[in-house]
Design a protein around this ligand. Structure first.
Ligand code: NI
Length: 135
């Protein structure tokens, strides 16, 4: 039986969606308000879904203290109160869409997890707009 343990994390960050190799006009057409040159912010909510069997000794799939610490270091401390485009090297050449942010978070968290676990990342950019990454 596979059980899923879910931990939430949160960060506030600014971003701008645009391509340097496109004109302002084309960026406006494709990205609309998200191409504001002065950036804009979101309250991002992240869910890390970690699946695996229950360890019969502990009764845990994963110790939530471990998952909490991974999300704090790899998500909150890395991205909170940052300008994703300008402060975070992950997005120097990568458009910080919800999709791309979720993929970056997936890789950062996956890298710190025991390989026996399956991972899904859900990232909310707003209450109504969210994306999921499952590899
Ligand atoms: Ni935005």
């Amino acid at each position: 039986m596979k059980i899923t343990v879910i931990r939430k994390a949160h960060f506030n960050a600014a971003h701008r969606l645009y391509r340097k190799d496109w004109s302002m006009e084309k960026n406006d057409t494709v990205f609309g308000l998200c191409n504001n040159p002065n950036f804009h912010g979101h309250n991002y909510e992240v869910e890390a879904h970690v699946s695996g069997p229950i360890d019969p000794e502990t009764g845990f799939v994963i110790d939530l203290k471990i998952l909490k610490e991974i999300l704090k270091k790899e998500v909150h401390d890395r991205f909170d109160h940052k300008n994703l485009n300008e402060d975070c090297e992950e997005f120097f050449e990568l458009n910080p869409t919800a999709e791309n942010i979720a993929v970056v978070i997936y890789k950062l968290v996956k890298n710190k997890l025991d390989s026996k676990f399956d991972l899904k990342i859900r990232l909310y950019e707003t209450n109504r707009n969210f994306v999921e990454v499952v590899a």
